[in-house]
Design a protein around this ligand. Structure first.
Ligand code: SF4
Ligand code: SF4
Length: 309
C-alpha cells in the first residue's frame, strides 16, 4: 500500500530543504538511452566514474533490492550577498559556504531516521553527488524541476541554485507528477556560455566548461580557453545567472552556506599570495578544499596571466 508523503515533505521543509517530491522506482528508459549515447560519444571528459554501472543510474531497483520510491530533495544555495567583483577573482556561488555534501548528508540522515520512526522499519539509502544515481533525471521525475538546456535542474518557481539529494527507499509513497520542460525557444544560456561548452541544447561538453576545468581538470588548460575565463578561479555561474527562471531565486536561509568574513575580505593581491596554511583555514569546511591548494593556485595564476590581474 502506498502512503501519502505529506508528513515526509513537512519534515523535509522543517530541515531546511526547499522542495521534496516522490517518484516510483522504475527504469528510466529514455534517460538510459540519452546517458549511454553521452558516454559513447565520450562527452564525460575526465568524469570516468560515470562509466561505472550506467544501468544502475537509471534503475534504482538495481542499487538495492526492494527499492520502491525515489525521494528527491532540493536545498537552496542562492546567496543574499555575493563576493565583490572589485579587485577580486570569481568563485562560484556554490563554493561560498560549507561543503554542501556534508550539510545535505547530515540532513538526509535526520530525514531517514524520521521516516524510520514514523513508517519503519524500512531500508533507505541517501545520495548527495555520490553513488550511481542520475540526480537531475530523478529530481525531474519527482516534480522538482526540469533539466534545462544548460543541463542544470531548474525549479519553475525558484530557479536553479539548488543542491540535490536523493533517497532511495523500500517504502511505497504516492508519487508526484514529473515536471515538464519550460525552456521553450529560449537559448540565453547557450548564447552566454563563453567557451561554447553548451554545444547543443541539453548537452554539456565538460572539456570546454569553466566549471569542470577549474575544479576537476588535472592537465594544463589550452590558452584559447583560459582567455575566456575572465577572472574565474573556481566554477562558473554564467549559464545560471542568465537563466530567466533565476529571477525567482530567493536568498537561502542556511547558516552553513553563508560567506565567511575571511572570504569576503579577499582581494586579488591576497589570492596571489595565498599560502597553503591560509588556504586550509579559508576553505576548512568548504567544497573548494576538495579541489586542493595546488589546483586553486594554478587557477589563480592562470587568471592573473590571462586577464588584467
Ligand atoms: S558553467 Fe560556464 S562554461 Fe560551463 S556551460 Fe555554463 S556558462 Fe558555459
Ligand atoms: S536560459 Fe533559457 S534555455 Fe537556458 S536553461 Fe534557462 S530557460 Fe532554459
Amino acid at each position: 500500500m502506498e502512503i501519502p508523503g505529506d508528513k515526509i515533505k513537512t519534515k523535509a521543509l522543517e530541515l531546511g530543504f526547499a522542495f521534496c517530491g516522490f517518484a516510483k522506482a522504475i527504469a528510466l528508459e529514455e534517460d538510459f538511452a540519452f546517458f549511454t549515447t553521452y558516454l559513447r560519444e565520450k562527452r564525460n571528459a575526465g568524469l570516468d566514474y560515470l562509466e561505472k554501472e550506467p544501468e544502475k543510474r537509471t534503475d534504482p531497483r538495481k542499487v538495492f533490492n526492494g527499492t520502491q520510491t525515489v525521494i528527491g530533495l532540493l536545498m537552496n544555495y542562492f546567496p543574499g550577498e555575493t563576493l565583490t567583483a572589485e579587485d577580486n577573482f570569481i568563485i562560484s556561488k556554490y563554493g561560498y559556504g560549507k561543503d554542501y555534501h556534508e550539510v545535505l548528508k547530515a540532513r538526509t540522515g535526520i530525514l531517514v531516521q524520521f521516516m524510520n520512526d514514523e513508517c519503519g522499519p524500512l531500508n533507505a539509502k541517501a545520495f548527495v553527488d555520490s553513488g550511481p544515481v542520475l540526480e537531475k533525471a530523478w529530481a525531474q521525475r519527482c516534480g522538482l524541476g526540469w533539466r534545462g538546456k544548460n543541463t542544470i535542474l531548474i525549479n519553475p518557481s525558484k530557479g536553479s541554485f539548488h543542491f540535490i539529494a536523493i533517497i532511495l527507499t523500500d517504502l511505497r509513497i504516492e508519487p508526484d507528477l514529473p515536471e515538464k520542460d519550460h525552456c521553450g525557444n529560449c537559448h540565453l544560456c547557450m548564447d552566454a556560455c563563453p567557451t561554447g561548452a553548451l554545444e547543443a541544447p541539453y548537452t554539456l561538453t565538460p572539456s570546454k566548461c569553466i566549471s569542470y576545468l577549474t575544479i576537476k581538470e588535472k592537465e594544463d588548460i589550452p590558452r584559447e580557453l583560459l582567455d575566456k575565463f575572465h577572472d574565474r578561479i573556481y566554477g562558473c555561474d554564467i549559464c545560471q545567472d542568465v537563466c530567466p527562471y533565476n529571477r525567482f531565486a530567493v536568498p537561502h536561509s542556511t547558516p552553513e552556506f553563508l560567506l565567511s568574513e575571511r572570504l569576503k575580505n579577499m582581494r586579488k593581491s591576497d589570492w596571489l599570495q595565498l599560502m597553503r596554511e591560509e588556504f586550509e583555514i579559508l576553505f576548512k569546511e568548504s567544497a573548494v578544499k576538495r579541489t586542493g591548494y595546488d589546483k586553486l593556485i594554478k587557477n589563480i595564476r592562470n587568471a592573473a596571466e590571462t586577464y588584467n590581474a
